[in-house]
Ligand binder design. Structure first.
Ligand code: NAD
Length: 731
């Protein structure tokens, strides 16, 4: 069985059908390239064949992209010269796409050749759009759910199978930039509007439309193969093109702070490629692509954001029990979190009973969904009918009896053990002990809260992040007695609402909050020491953190910081390190509570827009005469988070380093270019990490002490992914 097959009809039109064996969506692998190449050769050589249609055998989709293991294989096959292996592998694949594009035309005169159309039933991503781009005409079925584009940048690489070079030559650098630099995806209608594809036709006319075109003796020479071709929008030394490239360069650096190698490499490939003939541009694209693929950052990003994220979503750590799909969820507490959880559940088609203490609070929670849908309607992303359907799934009430029939409860009432216990008892008086009960607590121990439940095995934490509709991560927390059924229920629910789960054990602050707090505290400590606030914030930004520690504190509010500090001190007693408290408590006393008070570490204007850092900070904490080196500030910020992640692993809070990495990026935006805290340790190497921790411990104290696990791995020269493996659990 091969992934590509060819059939020629009585009119001499050959249809090459791509149907990856054993997959629900086509993905390109090494053998796929070989098969496609052979069929193209055959079609071009056979005089009876007038033209070709490349299409998919999968209903409703064309192709999902490349099997990224190809890249690893190319590297491996070249032994100790992986760059050569990659470059040669890439150029061999380029040759196949170029063969499709040239289709047997005379090199000099562009005479001859056979028309090759691509007929896409739907979604075409990555190589699944780069192959169409090499064809002479792209037909797409009018399937509004289809997504077309080049999302490679999202996982730390860029379109390196000619997509970059072809798209820029097709539509100009400026117009191509959202598709290349932001990985923007479009439905067929929008793709046509933007000029990504040529024709959108009803699904049942797709092949006949492509065939009619193939038989119409069309012109097939690509503009860039014609004499006198000029790139739309101009090349870098053209006055208009000049502006584009200056702007793009500034934009990329502004957005990525230079922390993402792929964006810079992409821009270089576009810039350099636009000044040379097409075939040279392809070589340049391949060189930059090789450069990016050899950067440990891309390998780590692909592993975390593509391979492992998907594995976790598909249930890599799900207990083997029967399907636990949720049909009706009861949400208790219709505040900020409850309202968001109701929204994402209803959007996934799940019936929701949304309960609050007062009817107007419950109604307000439901109106969050109405507002969300209204916004969608005004942006043409939703319809009035869809809004009615989604709202129709939510019952907002104060009546606990309405919970009858729910197969999952998510409690999101006030963060108070007594209130939560009361609610648990009230709920279970209706649902009984078998309905899985989840709490959305962010700080209270699950095992403790489970005491109020009839059956602790059916009690679990499902911790959402705010805002619920935007944040992709959901942290599932097992209490000491939580059973498999509850874990499976939580995972199946998270899958239904299309978020990414990690499963952790029950310790203070679970995983994400546990790691983010030391980051914030380290920023605060530096400020107290007289480090310039702008240095702290910019050091974080240059690491690729979405928010500096001070801005993050403003967003989450200073009083929350005070509350957490007080509670932690009570819980930890003498072991509590209060060295970051002074500043936070003082800020709270000053009423500078953060964004919500329009005053925090930053100033805000009356509309709430963030201005510069507050001058009052340096009045109280004068700047030290000697400012630390940028790297030192960055290492303090990085290690404060990473060491906490390692401790979470050591203590068994984390059972799988993949969850630690994926959770860090999706949960609190941990430097995505690094692939997560464990990947970062592998990038810098455990021996260097341990050495650096020793230095930091000497300078700043035991909070940087090298954890025993890291010390052992450093002594043995082990890497995290080497030791714990990509698929194996850590423990
Ligand atoms: P919130 O104050 O916005 O909402 C709480 C809601 O619960 C209110 O509408 C309140 O009327 C209702 N409520 C209180 N007692 C009730 C009772 N006995 N019966 C029914 N309804 C009751 O709070 P929130 O920010 O939505 O947080 C809710 C929970 O989610 C807390 O446990 C919190 O720790 C957790 N959480 C919050 C965040 C966040 O960023 N805000 C993030 C993750 C988890």
């Amino acid at each position: 069985m091969t992934d590509f097959t060819m059939k020629t009809d009585a009119d001499g039109v050959a249809t090459i059908t791509w149907d990856t064996v054993g997959k629900s969506m086509n993905v390109m692998n090494q053998q796929g390239f070989v098969d496609l190449d052979a069929l193209i050769d055959q079609a071009l050589a056979d005089d009876a064949i007038k033209g070709v249609i490349i299409t998919s055998g999968k209903e409703g989709t064309f192709a999902g992209g490349m099997d990224l293991n190809i890249i690893a294989k190319m590297k491996e096959s070249a032994g100790d010269d992986p760059a050569r292996g990659l470059m040669e592998g890439l150029m061999a694949s380029h040759a196949i796409l170029r063969k499709i594009e040239r289709a047997g035309m005379e090199p000099k005169t562009n005479k001859g050749g056979k028309p090759i159309a691509c007929a896409m039933q739907g979604t075409g991503l990555g190589i699944g759009f780069e192959i169409p781009l090499a064809c002479h005409r792209i037909f797409v079925a009018d399937n509004p759910k289809a997504k077309i584009g080049l999302p490679e940048i999202m996982v730390g690489i860029f379109p390196g199978m000619g997509g970059t070079t072809r798209l820029v030559r097709k539509m100009g650098a400026m117009n191509a930039s959202p598709f290349l630099l932001e990985g923007k995806l479009s439905d067929p209608a929008k793709a046509k509007q933007a000029g990504l594809v040529d024709e959108v036709v009803p699904a049942d006319e797709l092949l006949s439309a492509a065939k009619a075109w193939v038989l119409s003796s069309p012109t097939i020479v690509k503009p860039w193969d014609e004499k006198g071709y000029k790139m739309p929008g101009g090349t870098p030394y053209h006055p208009a093109g000049f502006m584009t490239f200056v702007g793009a360069s500034a934009m990329v650096n502004g957005k990525t702070q230079g922390a993402f190698p792929a964006a810079k490499a992409l821009l270089s490939a576009v810039y350099e490629g636009s000044m040379v003939p097409f075939d040279t541009a392809i070589k340049i694209e391949a060189r930059w692509f090789t450069n990016v693929l050899l950067n440990p950052s891309s390998e780590a990003m692909i592993r975390s954001l593509f391979i492992n994220k998907e594995a976790l979503e598909k249930g890599a750590n799900r207990p083997a029990v029967i399907d636990q799909k949720v049909t009706q969820v009861g949400i208790i507490g219709a505040g900020m979190m409850g309202a968001g959880i109701a929204l994402v559940s209803a959007l996934a088609g799940i019936k929701v009973v949304l309960i609050d203490a007062k009817q107007d609070a419950a109604d307000k929670g439901k109106s969050y969904t109405a507002d969300y849908m209204d916004k969608g309607i005004s942006r043409k992303k939703a319809t009035v009918e869809k809004k009615e359907a989604v709202l129709g799934l939510i019952t907002a009430t104060t009546d606990y009896a309405a919970l009858k029939g729910c197969d999952l409860i998510v409690e999101a009432v006030f963060e108070d053990v007594g209130v939560k216990a009361d609610v648990t008892a009230k709920v279970q008086a209706v649902t009984g002990p078998d309905c899985i009960f989840a709490t959305n607590t962010s700080t209270l121990p699950i095992t403790e809260l489970a005491k109020a439940a009839m059956d602790a095995e059916k009690f679990i934490g499902i911790h959402f992040f705010s805002p619920v509709d935007k944040m992709l991560l959901v942290e599932i927390i097992k209490g000491k007695q939580t059973g498999d059924l509850a874990v499976a229920k939580a995972l199946d629910f998270v899958r239904q609402i299309k978020k990414t789960p990690i499963v952790v054990n029950d310790e203070r602050f679970f995983y994400a909050n546990r790691c983010i707090l030391p980051y914030v505290n380290e920023g605060v400590r530096m400020l107290q020491e007289g480090v310039a606030p702008a240095l702290i914030e910019n050091a974080a930004k240059l690491l690729g953190m979405p928010l500096g520690p001070l801005q993050l504190t403003d967003e989450t509010s200073i009083d929350l910081g005070v509350k957490i500090a007080k509670a932690t001190k009570i819980a930890m007693g003498d072991a509590y390190d209060d060295s970051a408290d002074e500043l936070i408590f003082w800020m709270a006393d000053e009423g500078r509570l953060g964004r919500k008070a329009n005053a925090g570490f930053y100033n805000y204007d009356e509309k709430g827009k963030r201005q510069g850092l507050w001058e009052g900070l340096s009045a109280r904490y004068p700047l030290a005469e000697e400012q630390p080196d940028l790297h030192l500030v960055q290492h303090r910020l990085m290690f404060s988070q990473v060491l906490e992640a390692v401790r979470a692993l050591e203590e068994g809070v984390l059972e799988d380093i993949r969850e630690g990495d994926v959770g860090a990026i999706l949960g609190w935006g941990f430097a995505p270019w690094s692939g997560g805290p464990f990947s970062w340790l592998d990038i810098i190497g455990t021996p260097y990490a341990a050495e650096r921790c020793d230095e930091l411990t000497e300078m700043y104290g035991p909070r940087f002490a090298t954890p025993a696990l890291l010390r052992e791995m450093s002594d043995k020269g082990q890497s995290l992914y080497g030791r714990f493996g990509q698929d194996a659990k850590a423990a």
